[in-house]
Ligand binder design. Sequence first.
Ligand code: FES
Ligand code: FES
Length: 216
Amino acid sequence: MSEDRDEKGCGGRGEECGRGMTRRNFLASLGVGAIAIAASGNPAAEKEASAAVIKSGEALEINLQINGHAHRLLVEPRWSLLHVLREELGFTGTKEGCERGECGACTVLIDNIPRYACMTLAVEAEGKEITTLEGLMHGEKLGAVQQAFVEHDALQCGYCTPGQIMAVEGLLRKKPDPSLDEIRTGVSGNLCRCGAYVNIFKAAKKAGQLKRGGVL
Ligand code: FES
Ligand code: FES
């Protein structure tokens, strides 16, 4: 279990999991609770529930700060940050995997802390600094963590790689010289079905060295 999730009281894999909010709260915010009431046969509760469901379809105007740039857009309250990043704004470096807080493919940094974008509502991210994989680039040049992943061949199919890179970036922003155990914990919320972990750990160590040497 990562330290960040400890601080938030989240477990990572169970009901209370999530880099962003609990699964229970997330479902409630989608109006699922309201739908359940609607199916209960209680007319008063049903009326209230349908109002809640209708409300979730209304658009809200929000401002998101992504990779140092402001984006003003209309979102539905139920939209995840993952949906908004990929489908509304074109930040496709953030990958869609399980969409339920289990794989880590969608990891982004929110105020420098790794979070699952699929478990974070876009409206929750307003006023925070969001960093995606694209934000680690320096023009056409790779950032330190991206460079280290290439040097250490820290991938096979590559699907988990953007999330792993963001998890390592978040770890190094907090702990510039992490031990192997700290690296293991830092990427413990990111699954690699190809089992490329050994090289991911080596890449994380190397990325720390690069950053300490001035490469960003
Ligand atoms: S897509 Fe978000 S954790 Fe799997
Ligand atoms: S490299 Fe294939 S899932 Fe990690």
